[in-house]
Design a protein around this ligand. Structure first.
Ligand code: PLP
Length: 439
């Protein structure tokens, strides 16, 4: 990539979730990556504090993944998986279900987190229907939830900016209260003590709508994209119990928490709560090739496998289980296992927690939240300019050689799971230095 991209050359690409005009006036380009670092086209080294976008869990430029994808492309570039199949799809599914908790032993492949979410919502509604319970169509999400950008995902999601421009959402959706409460829980370390009772909000919705109309509840066990929001201690257990009581499916959206982010393969294992469906993407292929996977419990898959022979689920993508993605997924899982990366977050969690909480004394920091290898550092918003301070932090950190992610005025950190303790210190020190320069 040329370092001399003119302003004109930046125009055609309408960039996602980006302030296009600000970016194109002052671009931040990444041209190369290896291990824990990116390099800009000018050759400036940037420490990756967010694993790309929460996805490059094994670090950048893994040669095993490149080689596996190249070999797969040379052998079988594409094969349909509608009424046909190819070996790598089955091999990857078999490998993945071994990581999943309990009997979540069937996998439906997608190409992204958004598609995984829409797939999970459709499976949940269809599941009740094939069981003869077609009145269960309602979906319950949560305020501040992020479930990607499909119409299903934004409907169950709870971020106003992602919804308000796009007209009517899916009908029959309601939302639980979110669990962010700085007043009670500021600067908690790990899951906050206060707030398990917020799960009782589901009982309120059951009373309002009646359980017989509700198909599923979808939540991120730990919400990342909305600014790192943690479940209070006991909250997810309560949600599970209420779902069980009323025959409601529980979907964990683990697009971020899947594949080691919290120090276990999935968030479900971290919290010791068994959902009925898990959605994943991102770390599945180390971000190298787009892919998502939806894990479902045996009883759900089995419910579809009754009835007359024929297609059981009218759903799928041209690129479901694309051979290149499967090769990337298999090579990624091999690396995770060989290097113990799915549990490395647990080993680093204490050092990470201590390091990120050292930012407490930095100017304008009003909360710090951490779990596994994730942290959110919330800055006080400027009056009338929500997000301005966060954006300034992003730009200045990049100039100082650190890639962070910001949502509004919250800095979200989620480095590759290969990060060293020295690099944790470097990351946090540089962020601290930047925060001192922001009024
Ligand atoms: N669900 C969650 C919890 C996510 O964090 C994300 C992305 O950050 C998505 C879904 C959407 O994934 P994608 O951007 O791959 O569609």
């Amino acid at each position: 990539m040329s370092s001399a991209l003119t302003r004109d050359a930046l125009e055609a690409f309408w960039m996602p979730f980006t302030a296009n005009r600000q970016f194109k006036d002052q671009p931040r380009l990444l041209a190369r990556a290896e291990g824990m670092h990116y390099w800009t086209p000018e050759g400036r080294k940037v420490l990756d504090g967010c694993a790309g976008l929460w996805c490059v869990n094994a670090g950048h430029g893994r040669k095993e993944i490149t080689a596996a994808v190249a070999e797969q492309m040379a052998t079988l570039d594409y094969a349909p998986t509608f009424q046909m199949g190819h070996p790598a799809g089955f091999e990857l599914a078999n490998r993945l279900v071994k990581l999943a908790p309990g009997d979540l032993n069937h996998v439906f492949f997608t190409n992204s987190g958004s598609e995984s979410v829409d797939t999970a919502l459709k499976i949940a509604i269809a599941y009740h229907r094939v069981k003869g319970d077609a009145s269960r169509q309602r979906l319950i999400g949560r305020e501040k939830g992020y479930h990607g950008v499909g119409f299903g995902g934004i409907s169950v999601g709870g971020l106003a900016n992602n919804r308000k421009y796009f007209g009517a959402m899916l009908p029959g959706v309601d939302h639980l209260r979110h669990t962010l409460d700085i007043e009670h829980n500021a600067f908690s370390r790990g899951v906050p003590e206060w707030g398990a009772h917020l799960a009782d909000d589901l009982e309120r919705l059951v009373t309002l709508h009646d359980a017989s109309t509700i198909a599923a509840v979808i939540v991120e066990p730990m919400a990342g994209s909305a600014g790192v929001i943690l479940p209070p201690k006991g909250y997810l257990q309560k949600l599970r119990a209420i779902c069980d009581k009323h025959g409601i499916l529980l979907i964990f959206d683990e697009v971020i928490t899947g594949f080691g982010r919290l120090g276990t393969a999935f968030g479900a294992q971290y919290f010791d709560v068994m959902p009925d469906i898990i959605t994943t993407a991102k770390g599945l292929t180390n971000g190298a090739i787009p892919m998502g996977a939806v894990f479902v419990r045996k009883q759900i898959y089995d419910a579809f496998m009754k009835g007359p022979d024929g297609i059981e689920l009218f759903h799928g993508y041209t690129y479901s289980a694309h051979p290149a993605a499967c090769a990337a997924g298999l090579a990624t899982q091999e690396i995770y296992e060989r290097e113990g990366l799915l549990t490395r977050g647990a080993e680093l969690a204490k050092a990470w927690e201590d390091a990120v909480h050292s930012l407490r004394s930095a100017p304008n920091v009003i909360d710090i939240r951490n779990l596994g290898l994730v942290a959110g550092v919330e800055l006080q918003s400027r009056a009338g300019a929500v997000g301005a301070r966060g954006y300034e932090a992003l730009v200045k950190c990049f100039e100082k050689g650190v890639l962070i992610r910001t949502t509004g005025d919250t800095i979200a950190l989620s480095p590759p799971l290969i990060i060293s303790t020295a690099q944790i210190d470097e990351l946090v020190t540089r962020i601290g230095e930047v925060l001192k320069t922001i009024a």
